[in-house]
Design a protein around this ligand. Structure first.
Ligand SMILES: [Fe+2]
Length: 157
């Protein structure tokens, strides 16, 4: 099985995913589910193509699948999810066949996905994460703690 699907079917990954699903059952804000993970990966792929950044598709999809998976730890212990997600990437990616360089890039992309970075690729990771959210039609927007500059308030073509 190729790397991304090994990750998708990894037992530990599935467990974290179910834990998030359970914790977010009643959540009124954006959920951290497979739809978001794939929307983020697909946008990131498009942005890379548009910006002429050589797109390593398995790496892009690994970042999509993993960047918020640390929400599982966050709901259990209160740890911030980007550090927990980075730790999960560091452990699971080599088990799924990703090499050291891909793992390192994913870990750093995940660590900066909430705050942004000067790096061109990491900037796109940040943007894809925010643009994959439909803030412009979210009923809970008024109660959301995201600052306005993070919100996706218009369709960008
Ligand atoms: Fe996200």
């Amino acid at each position: 099985m190729e790397k991304v699907n090994r990750l998708l079917n990894n037992e530990e990954y599935r467990e974290m995913l179910s834990c998030i699903q359970e914790a977010e059952k009643e959540r009124i804000f954006c959920r951290h589910d497979m739809r978001h993970f794939l929307d983020m990966a697909r946008l990131l792929h498009i942005y890379c193509l548009e910006e002429g950044i050589k797109a390593d598709k398995p790496l892009i999809y690994a970042i999509g699948l993993l960047h918020d998976i640390g929400r599982a730890a966050q709901y259990k212990t209160g740890e911030e999810h980007h550090t927990a997600s980075a730790r999960a990437a560091e452990k699971l990616m080599p088990d799924c066949g990703f090499d050291e360089e891909q793992t390192k890039t994913a870990v750093n992309a995940i660590l900066s996905h909430r705050s942004g970075s000067e790096d061109k690729f990491f900037k796109l990771v940040y943007k894809a994460d925010k643009k994959s959210r439909l803030c412009f039609e979210c009923k809970a927007r008024g109660e959301c703690n995201w600052p306005k500059e993070k919100m996706n308030l218009e369709i960008e073509i």
